[in-house]
Each structure stands twice: as C-alpha cells, then as structure tokens.
Design a protein around this ligand. Structure first.
Ligand SMILES: *Cc1c(COP(=O)(O)O)cnc(C)c1O
Length: 379
C-alpha cells in the first residue's frame, strides 16, 4: 500500500459490530467478563482500548514499523523511551533539541542517574567520541527546532548498529510523509502527535513506533505500568487527522517553499532557515533523506533588533502568535522571548537563536494571504 492510501486505511478494519467506517469512540474504562478472565481481548483501558488500538496500528503503518504506541503527550512518549534505561546508562543526544525534551532529560532523568551528552550531530562521526560501555541510546531530532538543522539518520544508524545502541528519532517536524526513519535504520520513531499528525491544534498526544517485538514488549509494559496513555476521544481525533496528513503536508510544503523564497528576496531579511533552500548548510542531506522540505521556517531580520522582531510578530493578522506548530492554521513565534527565554542570551546565540529570530509554522491557507500578511508586518 502506498503512503497516500495508508494515511486512510493503514492498519484499519471496519467495526465488527455494525460496520462503522470510522472506529467508534469506546469511551469506557472497563469491559464485561463472562467468567474471570473470560473477555474479548480487553480488560481495562489503561492496558488496551479499541479506539486507541486502531490509532496505534495506524501509527505503525505510517512509519513502516510493526508496533505503535499512543501516549497522553509527546513528552510522555519520550519519558517511556528513557524508562528503558537504568542508573549509570548514558544517552547521546542532539544539542539543538526541543526545550521540553531537554528539560525532561536534565531536570528529571539526570536525578535518576542517567547521563546525557548533548552534541552537534550534523557530522555523525562526532557521535563515536562519546560512545563508551555505558552508552545505550542515541536520541536524534531532525529537522531541529528552531534552526532547522538536518541530521543524517542513516549515518547515525550506522554508528548505532556498530556499537549495538538503540537509535530513537523524534520525527515530529518532518512527519512520515517527508521522512521515514525506520527505513533509514532507526529502532524507535517518536512523535508529538499534537503537531502535524493530529494537524488541527485540538489535541495533545504522543506516539512511538518500533519494528522489533522484544523492544515493543518492553515499551508496552512501560506504557501500561507507568500509565501515561491517551483517551479514546483524543485517539479518534488523531485518527481523523491522519486521514488528511498527505494532502495537508503537500500544501504545507508548497506554501513553505513560496514563503521561504519570498523571505529570501526581502531587503529587510538577513537570513532564512529552510532546508529546501540551496544555501542551507545541510541541503544535500535534506534532499537525500526527505521527500520535500516542510512548512517550518525561521528567519532573522537585518540589524538583529529585538524590539523590531516583537513588532513584526505583533502586527501579523493571519499568522497567530502562539506556541506549537503543525496545525492547518499558520502560527508565528519569537523563540528568544518565548520557547528559549529561559536560556541565557549568550547560550542561545551560540546555537543561532538570536534576538530577531522568528519561527513560522506555515499553515495551509491561501499563500497569497500569508505573504500579504508578512509583507504588511515586516514593512
Ligand atoms: C511539541 C514537541 C515535543 C513535545 O510534545 P508534546 O506533545 O508537547 O508533549 C517533542 N518534540 C518536538 C520536536 C516537539 O515539537
């Protein structure tokens, strides 16, 4: 089955009771048993729920894995992955990381004796210098937030295989429409389904996909034992969102390209970060590893003025100033005062998050309206 068919049918079967085309929302915590243990495969909804199961199968299908797991948020999914480890274990992670992931690693799991190395992975050979007998996991995010750096997943997978490490990839920004980490050698694919997979800014959810049965069993055990599952209503919403993932992504990419090109030619813009531009430092890897380049764009204005950047995001009318990304509506954010405000100026500037950096999640509105909005705001 091709990807554009899988978004609609992948892992799905019609409801056995009445033939409902969409899986019903099984809003129940428990299931009747005829005799102790005599049930139809469902005992308690933390462990299994038919609506969540349908979604988990869809996740597995889209990411070319064998097993899917749905969680109450993206961070809950990451939390489950790190719970595979024990005190003394070490993780090598990309340094340009989603802030919440960094906080989870450093403020929670370091307290449990797990050690994290945050390194630049644009050159995957950097990883080997940090591998030792305690290393268990490589954590990769690509494209990164908000600088849109691209990391070569296949090269990371080679290092992981050589040293018998688990490779986990946060595929939130790219989605399986643009890149399929499992096919490039990843062991675990993770999503904040809150973003493009849900796609309508109406639900918070996380996902994991794996191929290996033993690894899946460990993660299902953690999912049930720790209990950070999502409810049936949210499972239904994301299943519904997934059915249009391919058409939404196609438009996100088209609009993203038009806006990246518009910004690149704008006299007041110093630099545009979008992996589809030929001057992007990792453009060649992006071309090899991704089908297209997505709708996430960051840019910096000439003179790098903090107040000017704030004025631009305040003036936007079609773009909404808000956290998050990946919905049908266009959003704009100012990392230096929003997502990255807690990082000291000198620190954040090292990774490129300067005062005038603005991040756009380009939606699927008419691109003429989006460009006109940027034009009136930038001036
Ligand atoms: C939003 C996000 C997360 C966290 O997901 P939540 O659903 O907000 O918990 C993790 N990684 C990336 C890249 C994200 O954008």
């Amino acid at each position: 089955m091709k990807f554009n068919t899988k978004t609609i049918h992948g892992g799905q079967e019609h409801d056995k009771a009445y033939g409902a085309v969409m899986p019903p929302i099984y809003q129940t915590s428990t299931y009747a048993q005829s005799t102790p243990g005599g049930h139809k495969g469902f005992e308690y909804s933390r462990t299994h729920n038919p609506t969540r199961n349908a979604l988990e199968k869809a996740f597995a299908s889209l990411e070319n894995g064998n097993y899917g797991l749905a969680f109450g948020s993206g961070l809950a999914a990451i939390d489950a992955v790190i719970k595979l480890l024990k005190p003394g274990d070490e993780v090598i992670s990309t340094n340009d990381l989603y802030g919440g992931t960094y906080r989870l690693f450093t403020s929670i799991f370091e307290n449990f004796g797990i050690k994290f190395h945050f390194i630049g992975m644009e050159n995957a050979s950097n990883i080997e210098g940090y591998v030792n007998e305690n290393t268990k996991l490589i954590w990769v995010e690509t494209p990164t937030n908000p600088m849109m750096n691209i990391i070569d997943i296949e090269a990371c997978a080679e290092v992981a295989k050589k040293h018998d490490l688990i490779l986990a990839v946060d595929n939130t920004f790219a989605t399986p429409y643009l890149q399929q980490p499992m096919d490039l050698g990843a062991d675990i694919v993770m999503h904040s389904a809150t973003k493009y997979l849900g796609g309508h800014s109406d639900v918070v959810m996380g996902a994991l996909v794996v191929k290996d049965k033993a690894l899946a069993d460990k993660l299902y055990f953690i999912q049930n034992a720790s209990g950070a599952v999502c409810g049936p209503q949210d499972s239904f919403l994301v299943l519904r969102g997934l059915k249009t993932l391919h058409v939404r992504m196609q438009r996100h990419c088209e609009n993203g390209k038009a806006i990246a090109e518009y910004l690149s030619k704008h006299p007041k813009i110093e630099r545009v970060y979008w992996p589809g531009l030929e001057n992007h430092p990792n453009h060649e890897i992006a071309k090899r590893q991704m089908k297209d380049f997505g709708g996430m764009i960051s840019f910096v204005t000439k003179g790098d003025n903090f107040e000017e950047a704030i004025k631009i995001v305040e003036k936007l009318k079609v773009f909404t100033l808000a956290e998050s990304l990946g919905g049908v509506e266009s959003l704009a954010g100012h990392p230096a005062s929003m997502t990255h405000a807690s990082i000291p100026k000198e620190e954040r500037e090292k990774s490129g998050v300067v005062d005038s950096l603005i991040r756009l999640s380009v939606g699927i509105e008419d691109v003429d309206d989006l460009i006109a909005d940027l034009e009136q705001a930038i001036g």
